[in-house]
Design a protein around this ligand. Sequence first.
Ligand SMILES: [Fe+2]
Ligand SMILES: [Fe+2]
Length: 166
Amino acid sequence: MDKEIYNLIRNHGKELMQSEGMQSQKEHMQHGTISVYQHCFAVAYTSLYLAKCLHIAVDQEQMLRGALLHDYFLYDWHVPDESHKWHGYSHAAVALENAARDFELQKIEKDIIEKHMFPLNLTKIPKYRESVLVCIADKICATRETLFCRNNKKQKHREGIRWNVE
Ligand SMILES: [Fe+2]
Ligand SMILES: [Fe+2]
């Protein structure tokens, strides 16, 4: 865990992470044993980490906020419901609508949320380098969570420590 990035998220993402909407995402599972809240934290962390390692200049604050809100769809997609039967294709638009309702968004943040499902949403091509990085980080985290965050005690304990975010 890169302490500098971790602290950046904790300091600049505090307002979002403590909001009622984001807190409610702790109740909704994303992949394996990882909640939507933990997933969004992981994607924010990974995006900033990629930018740092690859020496890509980014607007850290917008990228961080966009990543934290990229899956702000606010429902449990595992519960079958007509309203989200096309979840994979539709949740980015729902997340943007919810986020714009609950927070003041800047242009890069909007682009990140709306286009993070590229290439599944083929017509929504990321416009900014921040959006591209979040899009890639999302795939990395989703793959990792799906493959390795199974419901076994040891793994659960390890992931609980890794993404122990309030
Ligand atoms: Fe998503
Ligand atoms: Fe995601």
